[in-house]
Every structure is written in structure tokens, then in C-alpha cells.
Design a protein around this ligand. Structure first.
Ligand code: PA5
Length: 452
């Protein structure tokens, strides 16, 4: 099997000679700390050897539950947010037909997502859409108490029971949550739902290769064994025994840190030239944003879909403040072939493209963009993927996870916690007068009154 590849040559040209190699000792120390569990956040290192520890029997169990949902439902709503949502969506949208939901006679259920926002219109439109559909729900929450997800799940559970009765609902609602704690676990036990456990030592944004990602991906009809195999191979390829010169996760971590610390590049744009990768970049944003953005440090992770965003963000990238670098995820071979047709009249003047694959035009757009952006002072990293399938997405997932752990430790932060996400929740609960938040409610009301 081939592997994904990393090209950092168009980024290192912005750094002093030898910068990347100079990171080798720090990278090695970070890798040892991860392996030995001596780093900050060491109670959340379950992801590190997760791919090689997943058994075939476990994957078969997930596939069996997925089959039940697939047989009984035409629509599955995956309720979850953040790490309990983005990985599944990244893989499903990365592999699905772009028009999956419009295709009739589908062999796979339609996968919809909820619990990742509090939009009243969104939830109202979703529940209306589900009114005449045979639907099931995968309720995903590690804490089991996240407001966005719990709110959506309450609505969906009620609708499912109202439409199909409690007995049928038991067969089509699955919970993925903590083994003991939280409302999602209590509900699953009380209602008798099939459930899976999110391991204690795997944080949300590192959990796509647990049932959190694997069950929805299997329900959508994709091969979770191949996904895990890809991740497992990347686990080997990025291990501590792989020399720095050949270790792509180590080198990606090093080049990011070099660009940040030496070249003052504070923003990383992950860009793709395949719209199917939009949600992969959303997953990546969360992985790096929640892992690195702390102690007033961290590269700000953002994303663009090219060529679409070259017509919106392209100007800024080419000529705006020189605080950015770019990481392009490039897919070498699309799964389909579409040739550009001949036109006798050639009114659009495009006959020079006749007989070419659309992807050839896309590849020239990509190369042209890389060169232009480098000329404009934007360091460029390229991660190339042979083709979009489960195996290579598995590789890509593990590659970014491993690099993220190393990169965070080089920055001397705890890459595995996310204390900052609690601040908005505390205010929201205080404003909603949630029981237990009486003092906060009083304080926030006083603050709002004095702000007037
Ligand atoms: O990465 C994380 O830990 C977070 O993004 C969580 O996944 C997110 O907040 C959802 O939490 P929970 O799974 O507890 O509902």
C-alpha cells in the first residue's frame, strides 16, 4: 500500500537553513513523553496506540449494530458536537457521493447531523423533515451532559417514540457515551438502548477511531476496517523508532513550530482542492484549535476550500498581512473520470482543454496557487493523498493526531485538555438560571445591569 506524503520544501525556504533538523531533539523528547506517558495531559493518551489495539471482533460488533440501523432506518441522525461529531462527518462527507441525499434507491441510509448547534430553525426543519421518515438516532456525548446534544436528543427521542413507539425506538436509538457517568448513560441504561463506551483516556477530538466515529461511518456504508488499517499503518510509520528524516508527523510538527516561532506565522490555513474535504478541515481545525490554543499561545487554525475560496479569500492570502502559512491536502487521483468535451462553436474558447480530465485543470490550479502564494510570501506545506478512500483517510487522521500531540508538547502546553470551552457554558447556564448556578446567575445579572 502507498502512503500519504509530506512536502515541506516550499515552507522551509522561509526558515533559516537547518531549522527543521534543529527541532529533532525536541520532537524526540515529545515522542518519548507521549510513549512513556510523562507529558502534560497524560491521562488522555488512549488515542496514541488506539489503531493497533482495535480488534477485528470489536469492529465486527460495530458493523453488526450498524447493519441493524441500516436495515430498519432510511435516515440516521447523528447527535453530537465537537469531538463527538466532526470526525464522523469528516469521513462520511469525504467519501460520500456529493449528492447522496438526493439519490433515489440508495442502498445506504441518509446521515443527518444534529446537536451541534442550537438553531431553532435547524431543529424545527429537521423534525419536520423526519415526520414521514423511518429514522434512528446515534446519540454521542462523552460527558453525556452537553447542552446542544442533549437538547437535540430530547426532541429526537420524543419524536421517535411518538412516531414508532417505545419498543421500536429501543432498536433504533444507540448511545455512545461514558461507561458510567452522565445523563446519556443513565438514559441508555434506563431505556435499554444498545450502547458503546467512549474510553476514559481518549479526548473528544481524538475519538474518531472509537465508536464515536466508527459507528456513524459504518452506518453510512463505509469500510471501518480499512479506515482503522490505514490509521494502524500510519501509527507504525510515525513511531518513535522511525528516524526524524522519514517521520512525516514529526516533520510536520517541526515545520509548523519553526514557522510559528522563527518566521512569525501565526495562522495556518488548511486548504483542499476537493469540496468533499470541507469537513475534514473542520475536524482538523478542532483538533489543532482545541489542542494548541492555550496559555495565550498557539497557531490559529483556519481552512479554505479551493478553488472556491480563491475567489473570496484569495486576495487576502496573496497580499494581506504576512502572518499566514498554508497546508494543502492534495488528492492525487479522483475516484471518477470526467473528460472535457469538444464544442464545434467554441464560443467559450475552452477547446484548448478538450479531452483533458477536469482534474488536470484542478491540478494546474493547485500548482499555480502554490507558486503564487509562495511568491506572495506564504510558506506552503503539501500533504498528498493517493486517493480518497477509507484507508487513506485513516492514515490522514492518525498523521494529524500524532503531529498535533508532538506540536503541542513542543509549545510546552497541555495538548489534551480544553479548559477554555467552559467559559461560555458557565455564562449560558447562569443566564438560563440552571439549578446549581444561582450565584453565577446573580452575578451575571448584576453585571448586565451595570453594563447598561
Ligand atoms: O474535544 C472535545 O473534548 C470537545 O470538543 C467535546 O468533544 C465536545 O465538547 C463534546 O463533548 P461531549 O462529548 O462531552 O458531549
Amino acid at each position: 500500500m502507498e502512503s500519504i506524503k509530506l512536502d515541506i520544501t516550499k515552507a522551509t525556504q522561509f526558515l533559516n537553513p537547518g531549522t527543521i533538523e534543529a527541532y529533532a531533539p525536541q520532537v524526540a523528547a515529545a515522542q518519548v513523553a507521549l510513549e512513556e506517558g510523562t507529558c502534560a495531559g497524560n491521562d488522555f493518551l488512549g488515542w496514541l496506540h488506539l489503531p493497533s489495539s482495535i480488534t477485528t471482533a470489536f469492529l465486527t460488533e460495530i458493523e453488526n449494530v450498524a447493519d441493524t440501523l441500516r436495515k430498519k432506518c432510511e435516515v440516521i441522525v447523528v447527535a453530537g458536537i465537537g469531538g463527538s461529531y466532526l470526525g464522523a462527518r469528516a469521513v462520511i462527507e469525504g467519501l460520500n457521493n456529493s449528492f447522496a441525499w438526493l439519490i433515489k434507491d440508495k442502498k445506504n441510509p441518509t446521515i443527518l447531523f444534529a446537536g451541534n448547534n442550537i438553531g431553532e430553525d435547524y431543529l424545527s426543519e429537521l423534525t419536520t423533515y423526519l415526520k414521514d421518515k423511518k429514522f434512528g438516532v446515534i446519540n454521542i456525548s462523552k460527558s453525556g451532559t452537553t447542552t446542544e446534544t442533549a437538547l437535540a436528543f430530547r426532541l429526537l427521542k420524543k419524536q421517535c417514540e411518538d412516531q414508532f413507539g417505545k419498543e421500536f425506538s429501543k432498536d433504533v436509538i444507540v448511545a455512545i457515551t461514558d461507561k458510567k457517568k452522565g445523563a446519556a448513560r443513565i438514559t441508555a441504561t434506563q431505556e435499554g438502548y444498545k450502547s458503546f463506551v467512549i474510553p476514559d483516556n481518549v479526548g473528544g477530538r481524538f475519538s474518531v477511531l472509537t465508536p464515536v466515529g466508527l459507528l456513524p461511518i459504518a452506518v453510512a456504508g463505509f469500510d471501518i476496517k480499512a479506515l482503522v488499517e490505514g490509521a494502524k499503518d500510519m501509527e507504525k510509520e510515525t513511531g518513535t523508532d522511525v528516524p526524524f528524516a522519514n517521520n512525516i508527523a514529526a516533520r510536520y510538527a517541526a515545520v509548523r513550530q519553526g514557522l510559528y516561532a522563527q518566521a512569525g506565522k501565526k495562522i495556518e490555513i488548511v486548504a483542499n482542492f476537493q469540496p468533499k474535504l470541507h469537513y475534514f478541515a473542520e475536524w482538523w481545525k478542532q483538533l489543532y484549535g482545541e489542542s494548541e490554543g492555550k496559555d495565550h499561545k498557539g497557531i490559529f487554525p483556519t481552512a479554505c476550500d479551493f478553488t472556491t475560496d480563491l475567489h473570496s479569500m484569495g486576495q487576502w492570502i496573496q497580499e494581506g498581512e504576512r502572518s499566514i502559512f498554508e497546508t494543502i491536502i492534495s488528492v492525487e487521483q479522483p475516484n471518477s473520470t470526467l473528460l472535457f468535451p469538444h464544442d464545434n462553436e467554441n464560443l467559450d474558447g475552452l477547446n484548448f482543454l478538450e479531452g483533458k480530465r477536469v482534474d488536470e485543470v484542478n491540478k494546474m490550479a493547485e500548482l499555480g496557487t502554490r507558486l503564487a502564494h509562495v511568491d506572495g510570501g506564504v510558506p506552503n506545506i503539501r500533504v498528498s493523498v493517493p486517493t480518497l478512500n477509507e484507508y487513506y483517510l485513516g492514515q490522514l487522521i492518525y498523521f494529524f493526531e500524532k503531529a498535533c500531540g508532538i506540536s503541542g508538547l513542543i509549545m510546552d502546553i497541555n495538548p489534551f485538555n480544553q479548559p477554555g470551552v467552559e467559559a461560555y457554558k458557565k455564562n449560558m447556564f447562569a443566564l438560563l438560571n440552571k439549578p446549581g448556578y444561582e450565584a453565577e446567575s446573580k452575578a451575571i445579572q448584576e453585571r448586565l445591569t451595570s453594563d447598561k
